[in-house]
Design a protein around this ligand. Structure first.
Ligand SMILES: [Ca+2]
Ligand SMILES: [Ca+2]
Length: 143
């Protein structure tokens, strides 16, 4: 059996930084209007708290992924389906996802290779760069 020339692993990073959001009185990254809708007041959601809906996401992650904190969504998964082609499950079409690459197995610096919108389900994103990559990760970059 021929061994692969590259080793890939995948991770989801739902945390984002430096994305401007609407009014956020408590500065937790969740806009006031979303907190009011889901937690009753504009500062009512605890960003890192479990939402109690049975999925694995806290309030901040539910907001970033555009999920419902009262509905158990499937976990986002990231899989390589072909060389330099990555498939993301459980995406939402209101979010833009970046594909980052790393020349190491995750300890080196990440570089954004490409990005694209989600699709309310499974979508794929192609790495058309020539950067040597051993690791990929996905981030939500636009809300
Ligand atoms: Ca907030
Ligand atoms: Ca949920």
């Amino acid at each position: 059996m021929k061994l692969p020339t590259r080793i890939y692993f995948f991770a989801l990073s739902a945390m984002i930084a430096a994305v401007a959001i609407a009014a956020d009185d408590d500065g937790d990254g969740i806009p006031n209007d979303w907190e009011l809708e889901h937690c009753g007041t504009v500062t009512g959601c605890i960003a890192t708290a479990a939402t109690g809906d049975g999925d694995s996401y806290n309030y901040l992650q539910e907001y970033i992924l555009d999920y419902d904190p009262a509905v158990a969504e499937s976990d986002v998964t990231v899989d390589q389906i072909a060389p330099r082609l990555v498939e993301i499950s459980s995406s939402t079409n209101t979010r833009t996802y970046a594909l980052d690459g790393n020349e190491t197995l995750g300890d080196g610096e990440w570089a954004e290779l490409t990005s694209g919108p989600g699709s309310n389900g499974v979508f794929s994103i192609e790495d058309a760069s020539t950067v040597p990559v051993q690791s990929y990760r996905i981030r939500v970059i636009a809300l």
